[in-house]
Write a new protein. Structure first.
Length: 525
């Protein structure tokens, strides 16, 4: 008798989403996690001091808000399992050292008013951009949470109308190209150009232009979801759903091998030698670079193409701090109020400096210009810290391997101090209010999750040749593994990419189809 109908390797949110859907469908599900904690990139931990809850990776939940998982509350995460979100009015704000700020509000008219303080023309252009983004959103959204359409069919469909061709062009140009066409003021251009950086790419990277429209459309329709209690609240709700439907989630259970019999995935072997069997299928967060080493029977050519997938040059470095008091930005709003946003981008003085910072990363060098982003979610969710205390989450971009030959383990404290010093140029009480901090280098990122190979939080680079049905490769883009029946993939390296999308829903759809389950009927009563 099998140990479970379905074994899931990795308890990242995508694997948990797939497992929860299939558990609700009546399958016995066993999730195996190599760490002592669950959640992968969606985890909240006391990294500094007791009572200070830090989101080690994902900080806000944006794109999952449009997923039927939450939009329709398919699994009862919101109505039954305690998941709650706060949606602040200002999801994102750019802050310059000279004291100027540019917020993006959920209300397009408010954003336009802020842009008008830089350029009336740009404000009107923005309103047209907002209108276009809202018009394109249903088409974009329709393909985010289900298996992707074949690339050729998608291109042919878009080529059938002027609207489709315009959307295709926007998909292919760089964010920089687009900003040069749309806006006249450098700070407005830089503000939207910085959005590309949040996708771990330079604004000069081709095929990033559509990202500005996608980002804006989601920001205005859904906002940035701040999960009450921390990012790990999503993980906790998913685990509660799995438990409630007879499944289980095991920690400290590291899988070293996927076994197969007769060309079909049959089980796993743990690092300690324990063998577990699956009656129906296996779903694995198996990064394409490690897939050939873990899967018995994988065709050689499939493994070769998986291992040659490209990793981004812009890995992340994060600092999490426990604070004695909330941050006090030197800048104020235009009417003299303290700043309030989910995400603050601490902008360099010039747009070109931002672009050159990413150029250096492309060559494997440390950027001369810090590109620090900051979140202080205790502004919106005070449950994350003791009374009158606060936390911050800061990030910057670095190469995985330092050009000076030093290891990140040796050098990360020094780099964290530089980030904190940079923040002090924008925030008047930093570093004075810091009680303690924890920092993660790209090497640490990789240690926390094999999906973050070489510190790439999106699994693999988000390039056009690694997107849609070609993510991570054309062989693996439909979540099935050729040559090994009933083995499915899940993770940030699959469509639609990294970030909190709830993309395991698409994997569950594919598996359900193969198992004869009507996915449309899978709902919590």
């Amino acid at each position: 008798m099998a140990d479970a109908d379905i074994i899931i390797i990795g308890s990242g949110h995508n694997g948990l989403v797939a497992g929860a859907y299939l558990a609700v469908a009546g399958k016995s599900v066993l999730v195996l996690e190599r760490n002592e904690w669950h959640g992968g990139g969606v985890v909240t931990r006391e990294l500094t001091r007791p009572g200070f809850l830090h989101d080690q990776h994902a900080m806000s939940h944006i794109f999952i808000q449009g997923n039927p998982l939450l939009a329709n509350d398919d699994l009862g995460l919101l109505s039954k399992y305690g998941l709650q979100y706060i949606f602040p009015d200002v999801p994102m704000m750019s802050v310059w050292e000279d004291g100027t700020t540019l917020p993006l509000h959920r209300d397009a008219a408010k954003s336009a008013a802020a842009i008008a303080r830089f350029s009336e023309k740009d404000a009107q252009t923005f309103l047209e951009m907002s209108r276009q983004a809202a018009e394109w959103l249903p088409m974009i959204q329709a393909g985010l949470y289900s298996p992707p359409m074949p690339q050729g069919a998608q291109a042919a469909m878009m080529d059938q109308s002027p609207e489709g061709r315009e959307m295709w062009r926007t998909t292919q140009v760089s964010t920089f190209d687009l900003m040069e066409e749309l806006f006249e003021h450098e700070k407005v251009r830089a503000h939207f150009g910085r959005v590309a950086g949040e996708n771990l790419v330079s604004p000069d990277e081709k095929a990033t232009g559509i990202g500005a429209y996608v980002f804006l459309a989601f920001l205005e329709k859904y906002g940035f979801g701040v999960p009450v209690g921390g990012s790990g609240s999503l993980t906790n709700a998913l685990i509660a759903c799995i438990d409630d439907h007879g499944g289980s989630v095991r920690a400290s259970a590291s899988v070293r091998e996927v076994t197969s019999e007769g060309g079909r995935a049959s089980g796993v072997v743990l690092d300690d030698g324990e063998r577990l069997t699956a009656g129906d299928c296996i779903i694995g967060a198996l990064h394409p670079h490690i897939l050939p080493d873990m899967v018995d029977g994988l065709p050689t050519d499939v493994g070769h193409r998986a291992k040659r997938t490209h990793i981004t040059d812009a890995a992340c470095f994060t600092v999490h701090a426990a604070l004695d008091a909330p941050l006090k930005f030197k800048a104020k709003t235009h009417d003299g109020q303290d700043l309030s946003a989910v995400m603050y981008e601490l902008m360099p003085a010039g747009y070109e400096e931002m672009r050159r910072a990413f150029d250096e990363l492309r060559y494997g060098n440390m950027s001369p210009t810090p590109l620090v982003g900051v979140g202080q979610l205790t502004q919106h969710d005070p449950t994350r810290a003791p009374d009158d205390k606060a936390i911050f989450h800061a990030w910057d971009y670095v190469p995985y391997t330092r050009e000076d030959g030093r290891s990140w383990d040796e050098a990360k404290g020094e780099f964290a101090e530089k980030m904190i010093a940079q923040m002090g140029k924008y925030i008047e009480n930093v570093p004075d209010v810091l009680l303690d901090y924890h920092c993660d280098s790209p090497v640490d990122m990789e240690r926390t999750s094999p999906s973050f190979y070489r510190g790439d939080l999106h699994g693999i680079a988000t390039t056009t040749y690694q997107s849609g049905s070609h993510r991570p490769t054309p062989d693996l883009g439909q979540y099935r593994v050729p040559g090994v029946d009933r083995l499915y993939l899940v993770g940030p390296f699959q469509h639609p990419g990294g970030g909190v999308f709830g993309a395991g829903r698409a994997t569950a759809m594919v598996a359900a189809d193969d198992l004869g389950i009507d996915f449309d009927e899978v709902r919590v009563a």
